[in-house]
Design a protein around this ligand. Structure first.
Ligand code: FES
Ligand code: FES
Length: 162
């Protein structure tokens, strides 16, 4: 069983993992980061989305072993202490969650949209947001609140970065 070294949310973790351990299982298991959810295991629901070198990936679709040397971020990295990330605040304001199972994945995908040119548009096109979130599924909300929250969250991120 290889000793795998992972950098997650800026911290180094070492764990003895089977070579075929999925990243999502490593995160939720030995690393104890339960914010990343596991919905389908077939790379369809997006609940397991995390960032690898600032790009969104589905952590049920990659091996932990492959992630050595990468910078990984999970939903636990968003809030700074008691202060929620602007995207989390927008989700809260727009009631963009009900059961919350899909939320970590939506949040991690949503924050990466700030790097897209469309995020600089004023106003941000909700259709673009809807399309960009196509790899994330929600069974509860009907998506309306999520799209509004992501548009507002992106504007807040832009303002904070200015
Ligand atoms: S659990 Fe990874 S996409 Fe559904
Ligand atoms: S809030 Fe329940 S699945 Fe999205």
């Amino acid at each position: 069983m290889p000793d795998v070294s992972l950098k997650v949310n800026g911290a180094h973790h070492c764990a003895w993992l089977e070579a075929d351990t999925l990243l999502v299982d490593a995160l939720r298991g030995p690393l104890g980061l339960h914010g990343t959810h596991q919905g389908c295991d077939t790379a369809q629901c997006g609940a397991c989305t995390v960032l690898m070198d600032a790009k969104p990936i589905k952590s049920c679709n990659v091996l932990a072993l492959q992630m050595q040397g990468r910078a990984l971020h999970t939903v636990e990295s968003l809030a700074q202490g008691d202060e929620l990330h602007p995207m989390q605040q927008a989700f809260s304001r727009h009631h963009a969650l009900q059961c919350g199972f899909c939320t970590p994945g939506f949040l991690m995908r949503a924050v990466t949209l700030a790097a897209e040119p469309e995020a600089a548009c004023d106003p941000i096109d909700p259709q673009w947001v809807r399309h960009a979130l196509g790899g994330n599924l929600c069974r509860c909300t009907g998506y309306e609140g999520i799209v509004k929250a992501v548009c507002e969250g992106l504007v807040a991120m832009r303002t904070a970065a200015a």
